[in-house]
Design a binder for this molecule. Structure first.
Ligand SMILES: *[C@@H]1O[C@H](CO)[C@@H](O)[C@H](O)[C@H]1NC(C)=O
Ligand SMILES: *[C@@H]1O[C@H](CO)[C@@H](O)[C@H](O)[C@H]1NC(C)=O
Ligand SMILES: *[C@@H]1O[C@H](CO)[C@@H](O)[C@H](O)[C@H]1NC(C)=O
Ligand SMILES: *[C@@H]1O[C@H](CO)[C@@H](O)[C@H](O)[C@H]1NC(C)=O
Ligand SMILES: *[C@@H]1O[C@H](CO)[C@@H](O)[C@H](O)[C@H]1NC(C)=O
Ligand SMILES: *[C@@H]1O[C@H](CO)[C@@H](O)[C@H](O)[C@H]1NC(C)=O
Ligand SMILES: *[C@@H]1O[C@H](CO)[C@@H](O)[C@H](O)[C@H]1NC(C)=O
Ligand SMILES: *[C@@H]1O[C@H](CO)[C@@H](O)[C@H](O)[C@H]1NC(C)=O
Ligand SMILES: *[C@@H]1O[C@H](CO)[C@@H](O)[C@H](O)[C@H]1NC(C)=O
Ligand SMILES: *[C@@H]1O[C@H](CO)[C@@H](O)[C@H](O)[C@H]1NC(C)=O
Length: 709
């Protein structure tokens, strides 16, 4: 009796509380994390306290309770703003305050790795020199942290951190830094230790120390090393989950900490307005301090207009393959060997021939034939598949096949271009044979003569979603392509190497693919260029990387989409340090560019200061970008003029002549055709005019205008 009464009492009581909440106070569910961006920090007011300001703003909109508990993070070192749990109404009130630049909800970012368990490759990129200069370069990774004990982060031969380093090693419990991994901070979980593997992999790719005799189950052996083995690393743990407000916090710290290059292997799976894109806003503040940000272009390809990293001051990276390709071979009964791609098989079965069975022919009664065909978990009759190799019409079928006790599985993915595993092994040849037999061989390396080609998953430009951005096609596509396929790099040895449930294998080096893997390659090259040219602006480094790229080969690649897929081409580290000329751009140039797309108010939401737009509105196409692009109307004759300014960073006395490499049906004129310089950093202007009688369809015309000394 009494017990019952007590229950009744509590339930009445809780209803009462609930209704109180509805009337007076927002419940926690009504709140989500918003970012309140307040722009640049005010100059030279020693009395100004950003934190006090942030709390006073919160106090003024939050009715009761303590706003301190709603504050998630205060940004106060490199720019001004905060993140707080707010209701929609509160966020609107704050957005109307005059000191506030913009308010937007904190979004989630995705790590741009595809299936981190089935690829392999190499990380070597360049012939290096000047380790002294390299060791002055600090690369920041905004990622899932690092595994500090990895051999790739050993600091042998490295001196103390460079003088411009102002950060700390605040990695949490049991996390130590050294002269390679000079700092760490975390904005999520309890430490900067990597608990998913992504950050360890990307960090060792960009600047891991050389580690000899690295192998992955005997498949690859050799030396694993980052692009710039002498450079320093700092881990800013913003994942998992990778949220906007954590990324902004990492920028706030990294810029003030004195890093030189920032690598972000994250991107959003949908397009955001540039003034609400924290990666773009943070990178703008970084750019002002000469810091180049390299960002993964995304894995949403091959559809056109899938790239979501769109700020012109960011180096947006696409992923391509390297000439080493690992193939799987399967022998079928008649002795025929078929090769598949994409799946690394590290085992050899004990024997030469095993019975094959198609998933559909082993269906359990409670499953549809379709589910059994795909080897869905619980849809295969154990007794029918035990001791056999099962053929499944879905790459996810491996789990169902394994749990049913199959010896192995041959996976076939009919819908994903380029990742078909054993594409020739459809169901038909199996059924024709009475007692089909086969074997799965260990994967082996082959040479891919077509490499480098851009990968199917790599996001493409141009930006077709927001009409404003379409005006700027040269900017809204990847800038460069870098290796992002079958990359072998460091991995936390405590984590299983695949995402498969039940996989208990561990390794210190693991394989991964994605624009996530391409991004740190580009960041490594940026660090390499920075080592040789410490005084170059972010735009100059970006320009040198773009203008020295290897042209990519589209032949036979029907999903390439040309420059929309890979931008200027394949990254070329050795040439990048000697571009001769650079297309430089200052903060003012970017403001001018933004002013051609947005009104002044929106421009200020990005720059965070009181920038003003020039009265004479310019043209997007004339922004001093290292590539040129314009939209033209179908079937209409056109004549487009691009204005550019180049700076001499080569020999003091040098002459450049324009050479036009193009087979297309347009006329290209460069005026003047010859540029002569007699001092370093001298700047000269030129114009490129392109005249055509009309493009027939939406295909892109690619023009390559190259400067030659
Ligand atoms: C590295 O730089 C030194 C000094 O500038 C030079 O002598 C040496 O040849 C360079 N090595 C390579 C491999 O480029
Ligand atoms: C610190 O972490 C490493 C890696 O997980 C582990 O091997 C070591 O035992 C830990 N040390 C302490 C004192 O917890
Ligand atoms: C890799 O291992 C194989 C077999 O052990 C050996 O023949 C080869 O020379 C090794 N390659 C490297 C680069 O160490
Ligand atoms: C491989 O198969 C043979 C013959 O069936 C058997 O004798 C041997 O023990 C097997 N080896 C392993 C490692 O299972
Ligand atoms: C089908 O039935 C089997 C045996 O009862 C069971 O183990 C399996 O989970 C079921 N499959 C599904 C998809 O429900
Ligand atoms: C493969 O299986 C997954 C998970 O069941 C499903 O989401 C996907 O659509 C399947 N793919 C095909 C091509 O049927
Ligand atoms: C492009 O690739 C095709 C096919 O692999 C090859 O025949 C051609 O020579 C390549 N072109 C260039 C410029 O490398
Ligand atoms: C912009 O100008 C206004 C008015 O002069 C001033 O109050 C505000 O602090 C300035 N904002 C920034 C970010 O400089
Ligand atoms: C460049 O050439 C001019 C004359 O052609 C000469 O006076 C000058 O010394 C040269 N500068 C360098 C750095 O060689
Ligand atoms: C566009 O035109 C080119 C040749 O002019 C042709 O090869 C291509 O298939 C066309 N593309 C579309 C989408 O019509």
């Amino acid at each position: 009796m009494t017990k019952k009464g007590a229950v009744a009492f509590y339930s009445v009581f809780s209803i009462f509380i609930l209704s109180m909440n509805l009337l007076c106070k927002a419940t926690d569910e009504d709140r989500k994390v918003y970012i309140v961006y307040m722009g640049s920090l005010p100059d030279g007011d020693p009395a100004y306290s950003p934190l006090a300001h942030h709390l006073s703003i919160l106090h003024s909109v939050v009715q009761d309770g303590s706003p301190e508990n709603l504050l998630v993070r205060s940004y106060k070192r490199s720019f001004n703003g905060f993140a707080a749990r707010l209701t929609h109404q509160e966020s609107e009130k704050i957005a109307n305050m005059k000191e506030v630049v913009s308010v937007f909800p904190s979004r989630m970012f995705q790590r741009q790795t595809t299936r981190s368990w089935d690829f392999m490759g190499l990380t070597e990129i360049a012939n290096r020199n000047s380790s002294q200069l390299q060791s002055d370069v600090i690369v920041a990774l905004f990622d899932s942290g690092v595994w500090p004990e990895s051999e790739s982060f050993k600091d042998e031969g490295l001196g103390l951190a460079p003088k411009h380093w102002k950060g700390v090693c605040d990695g949490g419990k049991n996390f130590t830094c050294n002269n390679k991994l000079i700092g760490a901070r975390y904005y999520t979980s309890e430490s900067a230790r990597d608990d998913i593997g992504h950050g360890t992999h990307t960090s060792s790719t960009v600047a891991g120390s050389a580690v000899k005799d690295v192998t992955f189950y005997g498949l690859a052996n050799g030396t694993a090393r980052g692009g710039v083995p002498a450079s320093r690393l700092v881990a800013y743990k913003v994942c998992d989950p990778c949220r906007d407000h954590n990324i902004l916090a990492a920028y706030d710290d990294a810029i003030a900490d004195g890093v030189n290059i920032i690598s972000i292997s994250l991107s959003s799976d949908w397009l955001t307005l540039i003034h609400q894109d924290v990666v773009a806003i943070g990178a703008f503040h970084a750019m002002k301090k000469g810091i180049l940000v390299s960002q993964a272009g995304g894995n949403l390809g091959p559809s056109i207009a899938s790239v979501t990293s769109v700020a012109p001051w960011i180096l947006t990276v696409a992923a391509s393959n390297i000439d080493r390709l690992f193939v799987d071979k399967v022998v079928i009964g008649n002795g025929k060997t078929v090769a598949g791609d994409d799946w690394i098989n590290m085992f050899t079965l004990n024997g030469t021939s095993f019975p094959l069975i198609y998933g559909k022919d082993a269906a359990t009664k409670n499953c549809t034939e379709d589910d059994a065909r795909q080897c869905k978990e619980g849809c295969l009759v154990d007794d029918l598949v035990k001791g056999k190799i099962v053929v499944c019409d879905n790459v996810t079928g491996v789990i169902g096949a394994k749990t049913a006790g199959a010896l192995g599985s041959i996976l076939f993915n009919p819908f994903e271009v380029n990742i078909a595993v054993i594409p020739t092994l459809a169901s038909a040849p199996l059924k024709k044979e009475e007692d089909p037999q086969g074997n799965i061989l260990k994967s082996e390396a082959t040479k891919d003569p077509a490499a480098p080609t851009v990968l199917f998953f790599s996001s493409r430009g141009p930006n077709g979603i927001l009409p404003d951005l379409v005006k700027c096609p040269n900017v809204f596509q990847p800038d460069i392509s870098a290796p992002g396929y079958e990359i072998l790099a460091a991995f936390p040895p405590v984590l299983p190497i695949t995402d498969f449930p039940g996989d208990k294998r561990h390794a210190k080096y693991n394989l991964a693919s994605g624009t996530s893997m391409a991004c740190p390659h580009a960041a490594g090259v940026a660090a390499y260029v920075k080592a040789f040219h410490p005084d170059w602006s972010a735009a100059a480094i970006k320009s040198s990387i773009m203008t020295t790229a290897w042209p990519m080969n589209d032949t036979g690649n029907d999903i390439s989409n040309g420059a929309f897929a890979y931008g200027s081409g394949h990254i070329n580290p050795v040439n990048a340090i000697n571009p001769g000329l650079v297309y430089d751009a200052s903060e003012e140039d970017y403001i001018k560019l933004l002013c051609t797309i947005y009104d002044e108010g929106t421009v200020r939401k990005i720059s965070g200061d009181n920038s003003t737009c020039p009265t004479a509105k310019g043209f997007v196409k004339d922004h001093n970008y290292p590539s040129m692009g314009a939209q033209v109307e179908l079937l209409k004759p056109f004549s487009i003029n691009f204005h550019r300014r180049v700076k001499n960073v080569g020999l003091a006395n040098s002459t450049y002549e324009a050479k036009i490499l193009s087979d297309s049906k347009v006329d290209i004129k460069v005026v003047p055709e010859v540029l002569s310089f007699d001092s370093l950093n001298e700047e000269k202007d030129f114009d490129v005019t392109i005249v055509g009688s009309g493009v027939r369809n939406q295909s892109q015309h690619e023009l390559i205008v190259q400067g030659h000394r």
